[in-house]
Design a protein around this ligand. Structure first.
Ligand SMILES: [Mn+2]
Length: 323
């Protein structure tokens, strides 16, 4: 890129921002400012808990939220399609793109530079821009980019290219973070954490009600990191589930707890039900439970496409048998 062509740019990632898109925006804006281009980092939506954890770990403020792009100058990071971009981008001036995804459809008469290459993380491509200008980045910025690479490559296990390897090694040294496995685990625990919500609030954070054959039931969907945490969460959610089912007009209540961990040797989902008829229903739909009323699944099942259809099939079958 030729810096004299840029002025007052906003560096922004995609909607539903993840750690890669947010950290790339912050780091690149910092570099542009350091070389005399007035730039600010922005975000195109609410931050997830992983990104919030990373920003607070390195003492960095959340970038400003932008929901309309009209009549502004942008450099895009971690996306290159209008579908993922902040609304109104077609009426904005896109001056640069750094991305690692396929399907680029953003064109502009003024695009000064495009760096779209295969890499596990856009942060590895941002790192390369830093290197090209021998830019001395702070320990904090190195940490942000390192976290972005860990996040997008799932701790260097997915889609890792040479660009990621190079950036990872250099950023690890520059950030002074020796134990990247521990950092990755903290990030993932943060991602699925419910902050200071109580069990009731967690239960209702992704809660849906259904009605089939005049049976009304609910399914609460929650997450935890690692099987031990899933087992613990399943117990806690079951307590809320019982109280809620008894206090409401629902006949049945179900709870799903998904394992968002990365260990392929662990089970993917725990499910519980209330009252006993609901447990019987799960027994019929999915087979044996573990003897404590908990159904353990090897993989995550989608509430929408797997669990609800299976429950409804049993309810229809019972109805047909009674008629
Ligand atoms: Mn990315």
């Amino acid at each position: 890129m030729d810096e004299k062509d840029f002025r007052d740019v906003t560096v922004i990632g995609h909607k539903n921002p993840d750690t890669d898109s947010v950290c790339c925006a912050i780091a690149l804006a910092e570099m542009l400012n350091a070389i005399g281009i007035h730039a600010r980092a922005a975000r195109a939506g609410s931050l997830n808990n992983e990104t919030k954890y990373i920003l607070s770990l390195f003492g960095v403020q959340e970038p400003e939220l932008i929901t309309r792009a009209e009549d502004q100058n942008f450099i895009l990071v971690d996306h290159s399609s209008y579908a993922q971009a902040v609304d109104g981008l077609r009426s904005a001036d896109v001056q640069g793109i750094i991305d690692h995804h396929d399907g680029r459809d953003i064109r502009s008469d003024h695009v000064m530079f495009v760096r779209c290459e295969p890499a596990g993380a856009a942060a590895s491509l941002v790192y390369r821009e830093f290197r090209k200008r021998a830019f001395q980045f702070s320990q904090k910025t190195a940490g942000l980019l390192l976290a972005a690479i860990l996040s997008d490559t799932r701790n260097m296990t997915r889609n890792v290219t040479e660009a990621d390897q190079t950036a990872f090694g250099a950023l690890k040294a520059a950030s002074g973070i020796a134990d990247t496995d521990a950092l990755y685990r903290k990030m993932k625990e943060a991602l699925v954490s419910y902050g200071d919500m109580n069990d009731q609030e967690i239960f209702f954070s992704d809660y849906k009600e259904y009605e089939t054959e005049e049976i009304r039931y609910c399914i609460a969907d929650t997450n935890a990191y690692g099987e031990a945490a899933v087992r613990e969460m399943a117990k806690r959610m079951h307590e809320v589930l019982k109280q809620h089912c008894e206090a409401s007009s629902l006949q049945y209540a179900f709870s799903l707890v998904n394992n968002k961990g990365d260990d392929p040797g662990e089970n993917g989902m725990y499910m519980t039900a209330y009252p006993e008829e609901a447990v019987q229903l799960l027994q019929e739909a999915f087979g044996t439970c573990d003897g404590t009323g908990c159904f353990i699944f090897r993989n995550n099942l989608s509430r929408k496409t797997a669990v609800v259809p299976a429950i409804n099939a049993i309810l229809r079958k019972s109805k047909a048998e009674t008629v």
